[in-house]
Design a binder for this molecule. Sequence first.
Ligand SMILES: [Zn+2]
Length: 138
Amino acid sequence: MRFVVDAMLGRLARWLRLLGFDTIYNRDFDDETLINIAKNEGRILLTRDETLFKRALKENIKSFLIRSFDVIEIISKLNLYIDDSLIGSRCTICNTQLVSDASSRKCPNCGKIYWYGSHWKDINRRIRAIKGDSFANT
Ligand SMILES: [Zn+2]
């Protein structure tokens, strides 16, 4: 599943990227741009905006109206399959595939470095919590 998300869903976009989902997010994109990206790239549009949601449906774009602020609840609603091997494989800032070495993963696009260690463990713990919850709800 590949996504494009609206300007109000930045936190969700970072989570989706963290879980390995190809997710386009840019605060500056207007409705027209979001619709075009979804249409041209076959992406699922996630939005908080009911007007945009209805417009997407009219244009035969797969879309979800997101009302919750709870990431766990959203992931459950989308019925996402979380692939362990893809967790942490994508830059949460710019959506680029990360390159791994012994001590870190690095984004070849924006240069952000994701160090292994306590930070990574914390992310894994939160993801396990998400997976447990989403499975319990399905
Ligand atoms: Zn990056």
